[in-house]
Design a protein around this ligand. Structure first.
Ligand code: SUG
Length: 439
């Protein structure tokens, strides 16, 4: 079984509209000028570098934005250009919500259970309903379609429908899910912010918890996970209030390593004990507030890193460049690799365009562990080797703008440019007609 990282490509409408509550970067950077071309090239550079090092890398396409079917469903009528113009005039924030490139954060695309863990030995996907925010909720139907186009072989894969779109089942996908272990049945670890029904005890005061336990229990049932190998833990509500809107902002786990902050979970000691009891050989690296505060973790996205196994069995941490610029996280990383622990190496990437909207290296990828046969059954051209990275860079150069302000979203030519780009991309990736405008 090989872990394939499916990175989301930032789309041509990448911009800063401040749409995400509880996400401090998105709130702070609202109205800045964005550079969609740089955003996409930064993402491709990360894919290329990791593919060059031998990691299995793949890509998921951007969604059609502005999303005309959503605007029509909300009462706008006329030609596509008329709709964009009237939405820009009357409800610019609604247009921004329908134009967000947020599908780039594919850690929120779905929860994925590898075939080794599921009752029928197929890979199970539940696309996230993302009901906490309107601009994200409109991703779910297209994500479902894209996953069904790529993982089309029903002998190997099942793509469930997203969970019912109600607050009780708020689901933000793999950003709140980790899997420990190797090629044999592993342990799946779900982190929720609140219960589906009834009171959970501690709740954040400032921001809403996005993920529910009820959603995750439903996913575990659908995916046929063994209860003895499935763990649930509650996110620390104070961390949510400090800007940890997804668990992957405060912890990352893979294989036999968990790297997290000391303030990640409610009853953290008991949670770690349960994990250690379930995952033989688990190594936990818990960062104390004296070394890195939660505020520094949120500002730098230290924990929104990828943990990748190196050929020597030790781990590579793929972190955002911001971690090297903050003196405390930089010093911490130096100490981390100097000691003889499971993390041997840190590489950082400039992903600033995505980071300004609260998305680091881990947000930008969906982990899908595949056997050789499962991988061979994927016909789409989504595996990112140097040739595909070259092709994607050329495609970005042809279609993307290098400056976009929220007010530019009302420009009808942006819609045309974006559709031309995605039409070409769906051919390049051989994923068929997944977009509404192609149907
Ligand atoms: O849902 N930002 C996203 C960032 C998601 C990051 N993903 C993970 N942590 N896995 C969010 O808050 C901002 C979009 C805007 O403001 O235009 C946004 O949706």
């Amino acid at each position: 079984m090989t872990e394939v990282n499916f990175d989301g490509l930032p789309g041509p409408t990448h911009n800063y509209s401040g749409l995400a509550t509880g996400n401090l970067a998105s709130e702070k950077n609202a109205q800045l000028a964005a550079n969609p071309r740089a955003a996409a090239l930064q993402g491709i550079a990360k894919m290329r570098a990791l593919a060059d090092r031998g990691y299995a890398q793949a890509v998921l396409p951007p969604h059609e934005r502005p999303h005309l079917p959503s605007l029509r469903a909300l009462g706008f009528a006329g030609s596509d250009h008329d709709i964009v113009a009237s939405a820009a005039r009357d409800t610019p924030l609604l247009l921004a919500a329908c134009a967000s490139a947020s599908a780039m954060w594919t850690a929120n695309a779905a929860t994925v259970s590898p075939s080794a863990d599921t009752h029928d030995n197929r890979v199970h996907f539940t696309p996230a309903n993302l009901v906490s925010h309107f601009h994200r909720s409109i991703e779910a139907p297209v994500t479902t379609r894209v996953l069904r186009a790529i993982f089309a072989d029903a002998n190997h894969f099942i793509i469930h429908d997203p969970l019912p779109a109600a607050p009780q089942f708020g689901d933000e996908g793999a950003a709140n899910h980790m899997r420990f272990g190797g090629a044999q049945a592993g342990v799946e670890f779900f982190v929720y912010g609140r219960h589906a029904f009834g009171d959970t005890g501690g709740q954040p005061a400032r921001f809403a918890a996005r993920q529910t336990l009820g959603a995750q229990q439903a996913i575990a049932r659908r995916h046929g996970l063994a209860p003895s190998r499935t763990l649930f833990a509650q996110q620390n509500p104070q961390a949510i209030d400090a800007g940890v809107f997804h668990n992957d902002v405060i912890g990352v786990g893979a294989g036999h390593v968990l790297f997290c902050h000391a303030s990640a979970y409610v009853d953290q000691e008991a949670v770690l004990e349960r994990l250690r009891a379930s995952v033989p050989g688990l190594e936990t690296i818990v960062v104390d507030a004296r070394d890195v505060s939660v505020d520094d973790a949120v500002a730098t996205y230290l924990f929104n890193s990828q943990l990748l196994v190196r050929p020597d069995g030790r781990m590579l941490l793929v972190a955002p460049a911001e971690c090297r610029e903050n003196p405390r996280t930089a010093a911490y990383l130096d100490r981390l690799v100097a000691r003889d622990g499971p993390i041997a190496e840190v590489v950082t990437f400039d992903l600033r365009q995505s980071m300004r909207n609260g998305g680091g290296p881990a947000c930008l990828r969906l982990r899908v562990a595949l056997t050789a046969a499962e991988r061979a059954s994927v016909c789409a051209r989504v595996f990112a080797d140097a040739a595909l990275c070259d092709a994607l860079e050329g495609w970005v150069a042809r279609h993307y703008r290098d400056r976009l302000l929220p007010r530019d979203l009302g420009d009808p030519s942006l819609l045309d440019e974006s559709r031309r780009a995605l039409d070409e991309l769906s051919t390049l990736l051989a994923i068929g007609s997944v977009y509404d405008f192609q149907r």
